[in-house]
Write a protein that binds this ligand. Structure first.
Ligand code: ADP
Ligand code: ADP
Length: 230
């Protein structure tokens, strides 16, 4: 059962770069899917289609079997259910301190202060950042910012969590901690989709791997099968 699908999605940037060249793929509900590809393969562009930030020029995106429509109400539903952790935390974090940062999403969804408080503390605990609660976000280390960005999305309790290169520039210990955290989130029933150019990470962590190159899918399968014919 696919929670997210792309059907013949074509997308070109304004400067003429063809980032997605009629791409089709499905993300299975409850699984850990990794999109593996070099820089520029189109991974980020694909992810931005999955929560409606970008709209395909041709083709369509589906969420839970439904064709994504680009009106206010569908986009609201989509963005509540599909959370994105951006590659660069500085593009995601904008509040004065960590607590306010993580509160923003749930408050924006209309949760009460009490419900928000609970969600924020749960998210901080899970990501190991409770001690950073009152710290200004701009003074955090890169690794800390990455964890706040994950907590941001967790607090909104989406069904799918998409992470763009979540382990890029993290040291090996932080990388392992992040992957362990993601396993825990997945065990709670969340669908996870992440991108990487790290073959070993994809091989050891994914349930399903999608290989992307120059805006196209060039292979997919389980870690055991996907590299078999290379
Ligand atoms: P990946 O996430 O796999 O590194 P991207 O989706 O970021 O790939 O990029 C796909 C292609 O689109 C690349 O050729 C990239 O240079 C180009 N691209 C990405 N963002 C923009 C943009 N804002 N304007 C023009 N081209 C872009
Ligand atoms: P940074 O890389 O930002 O300096 P550290 O890697 O030094 O952060 O981690 C600081 C503390 O947070 C350590 O005690 C570490 O065990 C914990 N930690 C780091 N990453 C995670 C994570 N993804 N989930 C939970 N705890 C983490």
């Amino acid at each position: 059962e696919y929670i997210l699908e792309a059907h013949n999605v074509y997308f070109q940037y304004e400067d003429g770069t063809e980032a997605l060249r009629g791409i089709s793929l499905g993300i299975e509900k409850g699984k850990k899917t990794v999109v593996l590809g070099h820089n520029g393969a189109g991974k980020s562009t694909l992810f931005l289609h999955f929560n409606g930030i970008y709209r395909p020029e041709r083709g369509e995106i589906r969420f839970a079997g439904e064709k994504v429509l680009y009106g206010k109400s569908f986009l609201k539903k989509l963005r509540k259910n599909v959370g994105i952790v951006f590659q660069d935390p500085d593009t995601q974090l904008f509040s004065a301190n960590v607590f306010q940062e993580i509160s923003f999403g749930p408050l924006n969804l209309g949760l009460s202060k009490k419900e928000t408080y609970e969600k924020v503390f749960q998210a901080m605990e899970e990501t190991g950042i409770t001690h950073l609660k009152d710290r200004p976000t701009h003074l955090l280390s890169y690794g800390e910012k990455k964890r706040v960005a994950i907590a941001d999305v967790l607090a909104m309790d989406p069904e799918v969590i998409i992470l763009d290169e979540p382990t890029a520039w993290l040291d090996p210990i932080s990388t392992r901690q992040t992957l362990k955290l993601l396993d825990k989130i997945n065990a709670q029933g969340k669908t996870l989709l992440l991108s990487t150019h790290d073959v070993d990470l994809a091989y050891s962590w994914a349930d399903h791997i999608i290989l992307m190159k120059e805006g196209e899918v060039v292979g997919e399968g389980t870690p055991e099968t996907v590299f078999a014919d290379e």
